[in-house]
Design a protein around this ligand. Structure first.
Ligand code: GLP
Length: 241
C-alpha cells in the first residue's frame, strides 16, 4: 500500500485527479470505477477543470459506479445516478451509454447484482477504482459483517450509514433502507485502487482499516491485501496512524 499525505482537501483532490488523468492518458478507453459521497466531489471538480482546459478527454472512457439505492429512480435527486450526472458526467465529454450504475429500480436486486458483475467483466474489468470510506469502515455499501461478500449484491444499510447519509435527505426516514453495491470481490478485482480519506472524523476508522487486522467487521481492511492500492489522505485523517 502506498500512502500520499496531503496538507488539505484541495491538495488531496488535485493529487487524485493527477492519478486518474494518468490512467486515462495511458489508456484512452479505460474503465474507471467511481464513488459517491462528499469526499470525491473535489476530485470530480478537478477533472472537470482538466477537461475544460483541454487536458483530458473522456470520449472513450467507460465508468462503473460502486452502488445505488434500491427504489430510487435515476431522476430522484438523492439517487447516485443523479449525483454523478450533476457532479461529473454532465460537465465532461463522456457518452451517456458509457456510464454505468446498478439499476436501483430492478425488480430483482440480487439478479441485478449478478448482471452488473457480468457487465464489468465484459467491459474488461476495472482499471482504476476510486473509493471513499464510511465512518464504520464501509466501502461502497459493504457494511461491517461477519464475512466479506464477494459479488455485487443487495444490502440492508446499517443504522449508522442511514444516519450519516440522512444529511442529503429531508429526513432520516426518507433514506432508503437498501442498496445494491459492488461486492468486496468486485472491488478487489480492480487493477488499481485509490482510496480518498479526508478529515479528523475519519482518523480512527482509517487506523482500524489500515493499521489493524483484515476483518470483515471493518470492510475497508481487505484493501490491505490489494496488489496496487494507494491511500490519499489529509493530515487530519492520518493523525492516528
Ligand atoms: C456512502 C457511499 C460510499 C462513501 C461513503 C462516505 O455511504 N456509499 O461509497 O465512501 O458514503 O461518504 P463521505 O465521503 O461523504 O464521507
Amino acid at each position: 500500500m502506498r500512502t500520499i499525505k496531503c496538507g488539505d482537501y484541495h491538495e488531496l483532490s488535485v493529487k487524485a485527479a493527477e492519478i486518474l488523468a494518468g490512467c486515462v492518458g495511458e489508456k484512452a478507453d479505460c474503465i474507471l470505477g467511481l464513488a459517491t459521497g462528499s469526499t470525491p466531489v473535489g476530485l470530480y471538480q478537478e477533472l472537470i477543470g482538466l477537461y475544460q482546459a483541454g487536458k483530458l478527454d473522456f470520449s472513450r472512457v467507460r465508468t462503473v459506479n460502486l452502488d445505488e439505492y434500491v427504489g430510487l429512480a435515476p431522476e430522484h435527486p438523492q439517487s447516485y445516478r443523479y449525483f454523478m450526472e450533476g457532479k461529473l458526467f454532465r460537465h465532461i465529454n463522456i457518452a451517456p451509454e458509457n456510464t454505468h450504475l446498478p439499476n436501483g429500480l430492478s425488480d430483482d436486486p440480487e439478479e441485478e447484482g449478478r448482471r452488473y458483475d457480468r457487465m464489468i467483466e465484459a467491459l474488461g474489468g476495472i482499471d482504476l477504482q476510486i473509493l471513499g470510506i464510511g465512518h464504520n469502515g464501509h466501502i461502497g455499501f459493504n457494511e461491517p459483517a461477519e464475512v466479506f461478500t464477494p459479488g455485487t449484491h443487495a444490502v440492508e444499510l446499517s443504522e449508522s450509514t442511514i444516519k450519516a447519509n440522512s444529511r442529503f435527505f429531508a429526513a432520516a426516514d426518507e433514506v432508503p433502507r437498501r442498496a445494491i453495491t459492488m461486492g468486496i470481490g468486485s472491488i478487489m478485482r480492480a487493477k488499481k485502487i485509490l482510496i480518498l480519506v479526508e478529515g479528523a472524523a475519519k482518523a480512527e476508522i482509517l487506523k482500524a482499516a489500515f493499521a489493524g487486522p483484515v476483518d470483515p467487521r471493518v470492510p475497508a481492511s481487505i484493501l490491505q491485501l490489494h496488489r496496487d492500492m494507494t491511500l490519499i489522505a489529509d493530515k487530519a485523517a492520518l493523525s492516528c496512524m
